[in-house]
Design a protein around this ligand. Structure first.
Ligand code: PRP
Length: 215
């Protein structure tokens, strides 16, 4: 592995799943040649020599870790994950994609309980929120299907992402309060941002042009 080649290639931690589609569309609109056959690939490292990039296909929650450790120079990640993970990375750009919100959710007949329990994929976010309100709650960490928790009596409320609201509607739950809005962000490793500033800045400029056109 030659360090000269390494220096010229921008390593991008890309979140697999729902954000990838919108992120790759944005990159293409910014003029970066990403072949469409990469959209459904199971490959984890995708080389894009024409764009002088390499995509590292990551589980979304792991993107800030790859960027903090510098195995990826930059990454795309939801604000929800950034707020939860609190990694030491630069947040460069609000990409305006994958819009949704973080909310407190419950069954419609929810009433305050003596031992309130909140289930969530975001224990840091949920704890900070209820701490600020001065409410003592027990936070239970789950890894998915969070909406099950109030339905089966594990917790009386949940803190989770709401996008279309379909999951709530289909499970008879209601949004009690929205905590913050979420979009995907472009983040950078602190050292890479200095060492590869030209290519990172040039990518930011191209993306910013597309974002501004849409606004
Ligand atoms: C997310 C989130 C909600 C749902 C919200 O779950 O945790 O369950 O999407 O989207 P909606 O408002 O459009 O229905 P995800 O699909 O990522 O799966 P998970 O339950 O495994 O976390």
């Amino acid at each position: 592995m030659s360090s000269n080649i390494e220096k010229n290639i921008l390593k991008v931690a890309m979140p697999k799943g729902r954000i990838y589609k919108q992120a790759s569309k944005l990159f293409r609109e910014a003029g970066l040649p990403i072949p469409s056959d990469f959209d459904d690939t199971r490959k984890l490292i995708i080389e894009l020599p024409d764009a002088k990039m390499e995509f590292i296909m990551a589980k979304p929650v792991d993107v800030p870790t790859y960027v903090e450790y510098g195995v990826a120079d930059i990454g795309i990640v939801g604000k929800d994950v950034l707020m939860e993970e609190k990694k030491d990375v630069y947040e460069l750009l609000d990409l305006g994609i994958a819009k949704c919100r973080m909310s407190v959710i419950a069954l419609p007949d929810w009433k305050p309980t003596i031992q309130p329990r909140v289930a969530t994929k975001y224990p840091n976010v949920a704890s900070a929120y209820f701490r600020e309100l001065g409410q003592q709650v027990e936070v239970i960490k789950l890894n998915g299907s969070i909406e099950l928790a109030p339905l089966i009596g594990l917790a009386d409320r949940i803190v989770d992402m709401v996008e279309t609201g379909q999951t709530l509607r289909e499970n008879g739950l209601v949004e009690m309060e929205s905590i913050f809005g979420i979009t995907s962000r472009l983040i950078a490793n602190r050292v890479s941002y200095r060492m590869k500033n030209d290519s990172i800045q040039s990518l930011c400029d191209k993306l910013q042009d597309v974002i501004s056109e849409k606004a």
